[in-house]
Ligand binder design. Sequence first.
Ligand SMILES: Cc1cc2nc3c(=O)[nH]c(=O)nc-3n(C[C@H](O)[C@H](O)[C@H](O)COP(=O)(O)OP(=O)(O)OC[C@H]3O[C@@H](n4cnc5c(N)ncnc54)[C@H](O)[C@@H]3O)c2cc1C
Length: 478
Amino acid sequence: MPVITGQQYIDRIDALQTYISIDGKVVTGKVSEHPAFKGVMQSQARLFDLQNEKALLEKMTYVSPTSNKRVGMSFLQAETVEDLVKRRNATREWALSTHGLMGRSPDYMNTTLMALASVADYLKDKPNCFPQHLLKFYEYARENDLTMTHTFIEPQVNRKKFYFEDEDVTIAAKIVDKTSEGLVIKGARLLATQGGITDELLVISTNGFDEGKGFAFSIPSNTKGLKFLCRQSFVGGDSTFDYPLSSRYEEMDAIVVFDNVVVPWERVFYYENVEVANSFLNVSGFQTYGLHQVLTRQIAKTEFVLGVVQSIVNTINIGEYQHVQQKVVDIIVALETMKALLLKSEIEATRDAFGFIRPDFSTVQVAIQIYPKVYPTFTEIVQLLGASGLMSIPSEKAFTADDGDLEHYLQSFQDGGEERVKKFRLAWDLTMSSFGTRQTLYERFFFGDSVRLAGALYKNYNREEYVKRVEDFLKNNH
Ligand SMILES: Cc1cc2nc3c(=O)[nH]c(=O)nc-3n(C[C@H](O)[C@H](O)[C@H](O)COP(=O)(O)OP(=O)(O)OC[C@H]3O[C@@H](n4cnc5c(N)ncnc54)[C@H](O)[C@@H]3O)c2cc1C
């Protein structure tokens, strides 16, 4: 099967009948018709349709090395810098379609899987490791244009260093049995964005102390015993006037429960190997390629934020004030910095030990230090510039019933009341609704905790040469 269409995506997810629980009710019938999921599934479907547009075929797809069919560009393994550029262009097309507001559009996980498969050799001849399973799954996902969600972390029970869960209280998912069929997993994991509306769940445990928790595998979302327990939906309603963003891009986050789930051996990539569990993600280009995709999306998102902010500035005519200009410039600086880092990561790309080209790691690590800090300031800027306009936002129904008061009294210097409110409702949904505040939390944490990511950059960034320069200066007095 080549790249799928949007309708094929929707039909496939509906057919899975995955166990999804929301507000205490298990979703029955078609998930694509459920109020919490229909908007985001339509937006996701549009991404698949884009891949099939004739004019975009070259940009969004490439010819599979095995089937000769056109497959999604986000599966492409980069052998040259040009391949990185192709990957970036395809990601940008999708990110523009969602204005960067769907962090887990399928290219995110396709990129992750591609990165893992590219270092499958690392698993060769290691105990309890199955590189051939990983390669086979990568090929299967690529050839069938699968969508994936993932869980990489354990429940937030006790984050003390060297915390071990009591043997008899299973909370964090672990291997409880091994049978001829596969691993038996019991417990929970966090936090599957898009959980329930993807074909597969990819699980990678990075817990380094407990053998029973060191595993990696992928299973279909409808595997027996697998449950996606959702938070409440942040879809405000169907009206795109009232909820321009949450009605389209609310991705949902789910706790994943494994109720004695059997993971077939052919889907196990490794298990009970602490050393591999601790090193595999780092050896792989997961972070490097992942952040290259992330940076591309975040640029599209920042462009959209800038557009929203400038629309507000224009509509109430506040562009002449210096502090307003400064705030807009702060967003421009962030945007241009991110664009420069993206290009730098490609210019300084290097070939890895497995023969593939990776974007420069330090550069993308710097980008993921910047964005979680700068994104919350965007929401502050929207509030500081929008002021009461962010609360003068009557609903679509109010405008339908309007006898002229709203249209008149909510007008701005350049727009009628309804047009002006549309802009402010968008700014509100971007930053202040439950959807908008989740966006801020997402950008803070979705790739991991900034503090620990900073620790990784501290360890990885080579400063020896600079220290040597200082030593030489002190020795030679110049
Ligand atoms: C909206 C959203 C969507 C997400 N989607 C996904 C997803 O699809 N898949 C997925 O796997 N994950 C997802 N995540 C989870 C994300 O990876 C984590 O939020 C992130 O790794 C931080 O882990 P935590 O939330 O458990 O925070 P914690 O690790 O519990 O941290 C809480 C606080 O304690 C501090 N802290 C804890 N431990 C340490 C330590 N050892 N050293 C220093 N400080 C420490 C942190 O700095 C932080 O301030 C998502 C998160 C969010 C918010």
